[in-house]
Design a protein around this ligand. Structure first.
Ligand code: SF4
Length: 347
């Protein structure tokens, strides 16, 4: 039976996409024409394409071919800061563009569409979150990168899933208590792994929350030698049956290193593009979503990531549309916990 949260999430996604642009299907000649124009404009406009693992294969391919990067949100942030281009085209979701702007205020940050958001960001309004933090002043505030600039500005630390455990351990060693937001599943995973005293915000990712332990175990009956790779934004029951748990980059590494020839993957299927490159010859299976008889909301692909396309990348480059702008004061306050993460990851 659907919970109220399921229904709210489903309505949220349906309402959002009733109004928004989704990239169109293209034939191969049209794709090549778009790619040629984008390649030319990236050079002309001194721009660089930075793409997330969950974007379309064509975008990932183009980012690789043009000297940009395809990465998780931590590496996207690092790459954007290191690169000399004056314009970054961030193919992903809005908080990734905002992070790029906060870390690189002198650069122009364009996105294929500013409408690409994230259920975790939507589910953590800055004013409500600030009020929650104010009620617990003895807690260190740690927020996931999937938040607005205003939520980051209220935090002591920003973390991505690739560094969340280490930061939590570091804080636990100092005897600190933590407020964690917004993903409750990732928070629960960190709490179990580190034993740190945590208060969790009640947010979730509509993609990862769909994965079902029962469906994965059923699939394992068909492929008994398969390993199960799970992103920790998934529910606890799914994490418990995983052979490897980690961020997108860590899962790609596991795909390469595990001896299993077949891998059941519980994260957005956009990751298969890089997984196949990292572990050629292996078989990748999407972890089941929804459950029998149920309609899935995301079907293992983020609807907001899917709003990125070659057409709106070209439009952003041609017209300078969908530029990320962040209030100056907010940028200064949000940069502190973000820079803390980058410094911590480099140490
Ligand atoms: S996959 Fe989930 S966490 Fe990632 S952008 Fe989409 S909704 Fe947000």
């Amino acid at each position: 039976m659907l919970s109220k949260q399921d229904i709210d999430d489903r309505i949220l996604v349906q309402e959002h996409f009733a109004h928004e642009h989704l990239p169109q299907q293209m034939g191969s000649a049209e794709i090549e024409a778009y790619k040629d124009k984008i390649r030319r404009l990236l050079i002309e406009k001194d721009a660089c394409l930075v793409a997330h693992y969950y974007t379309d294969d064509l975008i990932q391919q183009l980012a690789d071919e043009t000297g940009g990067c395809v990465a998780d949100s931590l590496e996207m942030a690092r790459f954007g800061s290191r690169h000399s281009a004056s314009t970054l085209i961030v193919a992903g979701v809005r908080f990734m563009g905002e992070t790029a702007k906060i870390l690189n205020p002198e650069k122009r940050i364009l996105m294929p569409t500013l409408e690409a958001t994230c259920s975790l960001d939507i589910g953590c309004p800055a004013d409500e979150f600030a009020a929650f933090c104010d009620q617990h002043p003895d807690h260190e505030v740690v927020v996931y990168a999937n938040t607005s600039a205003a939520v980051k500005a209220r935090a002591d630390w920003v973390v991505t899933s690739s560094i969340a455990l280490q930061v939590a351990e570091h804080l636990a060693d100092q005897g600190k208590k933590i407020i964690w937001a917004p993903d409750k599943h990732l928070g629960e995973y960190i709490r179990k792994e580190t034993g740190v005293d945590m208060l969790l915000w009640d947010g979730s990712c509509i993609v990862h929350e769909e994965f079902k332990a029962k469906g994965i175990l059923d699939l394992k009956q068909v492929y008994p030698d398969a390993a199960v790779l799970v992103h920790p934004e998934s529910p606890d029951a799914v994490v418990e049956i995983a052979d490897a748990v980690g961020s997108t980059s860590q899962l790609i590494k596991s795909a390469q290193e595990l001896p299993n020839e077949t891998l059941i993957v519980a994260t957005d299927r956009g990751i298969f593009y890089k997984m196949q490159q990292a572990a050629p010859g292996k078989r990748f299976l999407e972890a089941p979503t929804g459950g029998s008889g149920a309609a899935c909301r995301s079907c293992a692909h983020c609807p907001w990531m899917a709003m990125n396309g070659l057409d709106n990348i070209l439009s952003a480059l041609e017209n300078g549309t969908d530029e990320i702008l962040v209030d100056e004061d907010l940028m200064v306050r949000a940069r502190r916990p973000l820079q803390r993460m980058l410094d911590f990851s480099a140490s």
